[in-house]
Write a protein that binds this ligand. Structure first.
Ligand code: NAP
Length: 279
């Protein structure tokens, strides 16, 4: 079975569009892009286009590549003060000279639709998240759509970034999976991945997960995206692994579209929280 993120995301976008229409709200997302990295520019453009499709307003803030940490923090603070903005997304990675942790800590927690503020990450760990980072949330929603419950399953996450691997491990733990988190220092990775009933890879190492590394009947979710000879590739050797796994995500068309829709869902949630606070 192919876990068709493109199709599931399209369905969720339609539902979201209807929810926004009936809410009477006009959610607004602001993006912050520093520099002119082509991949980052493309990701921001896709997010703005997706906003337009569902009725979310979006404004882009682009700072020059030589912007300092202080410049970026100031731009974020201005968006915090702007009562017309519901969600703020700082496009990562930031240039090396900008201290990403200071920028992410500057984002108002109630507008932190990417969920990377340390308080929001802490809430995630405590099991009562406010905003869940978009990619991990997209993975969980995709599994849920295909009725693949993680409870009790041996689940291996390869990659321990703050943006993907760590929050995913927290979400799987909350969902009662038995979780192993692997990284570049993991010894004998194939021995561990072969035990996975659910295997999620977020390394950014194209075609690293081969068929002998996958248990028969496993569910394989490929978060990785790398360009090889101008073609987008995942971490998984899709053709070979499809013959062993029971379900697998393609790249492109798997986790990527789910990430974008999760960001938009978080933006509606932020607008609801800010504009319709509970009585
Ligand atoms: P990252 O910060 O570079 O983290 C990569 C992780 O992979 C690190 O924890 C690293 O280990 C681990 N790793 C690298 N090589 C490994 C190996 N040979 N064996 C085991 N572990 C290895 O990347 P990220 O931000 O998490 O992103 C990961 C991938 O997902 C990238 O390709 C990115 O483009 C993609 N991504 C896709 C989406 C989407 O929407 N589809 C969203 C976000 C990210 P160490 O910690 O030991 O260095």
């Amino acid at each position: 079975m192919i876990l068709d993120g493109k199709q599931v995301a399209a369905e969720r976008l339609e539902i979201l569009k209807a929810e926004i229409r009936s809410s009477g709200l006009s959610p607004q997302l602001a993006t912050v892009l520093v520099g002119d990295d082509p991949a980052s520019r493309l990701y921001v453009k896709l997010k703005h286009e997706a906003c337009g499709k569902v009725g979310i307003g979006s404004v882009g803030n682009t700072l020059p590549a030589d912007a300092t940490t202080r410049d970026v923090v100031r731009a974020v603070q201005e968006l915090n003060r702007d009562t017309g903005i519901d969600g703020i997304l700082v496009q990562l990675p930031l240039p090396p000279r900008v201290e990403a942790h200071r920028v992410l800590e500057a984002v108002d927690q109630t507008k932190d639709v990417d969920g990377f503020h340390p308080c929001n990450l802490g809430r995630l760990l405590s099991g009562s998240p406010l905003f869940v980072p978009a990619t991990p949330l997209g993975v969980m929603n995709l599994l849920n759509h295909y009725r693949i419950p993680p409870a009790g399953r041996n689940t291996v996450v390869v990659g321990r970034s703050v943006e993907v691997g760590k929050p995913l491990a927290a979400l799987f733990t909350t969902a009662d999976a038995t979780v192993t988190l692997c990284h570049s220092k993991t010894r004998d990775l194939p021995a561990i991945t072969r035990k996975a009933e659910i295997l999620v890879t977020a390394m950014g190492r194209p075609m690293t997960i081969t068929a002998p590394m996958v248990r028969k009947g496993a569910v394989v979710v490929d978060v990785g995206t790398s360009y090889v000879n101008g073609r987008l590739c995942g971490d998984v050797d899709f053709a070979a692994v499809s013959a062993v796994a029971s379900a697998v995500t393609p790249v492109p068309g798997g986790v990527g579209p789910m990430t974008i829709v999760s960001l938009l869902e978080n933006t509606l949630q932020a607008a609801r929280m800010r504009r319709c606070p509970p009585a």
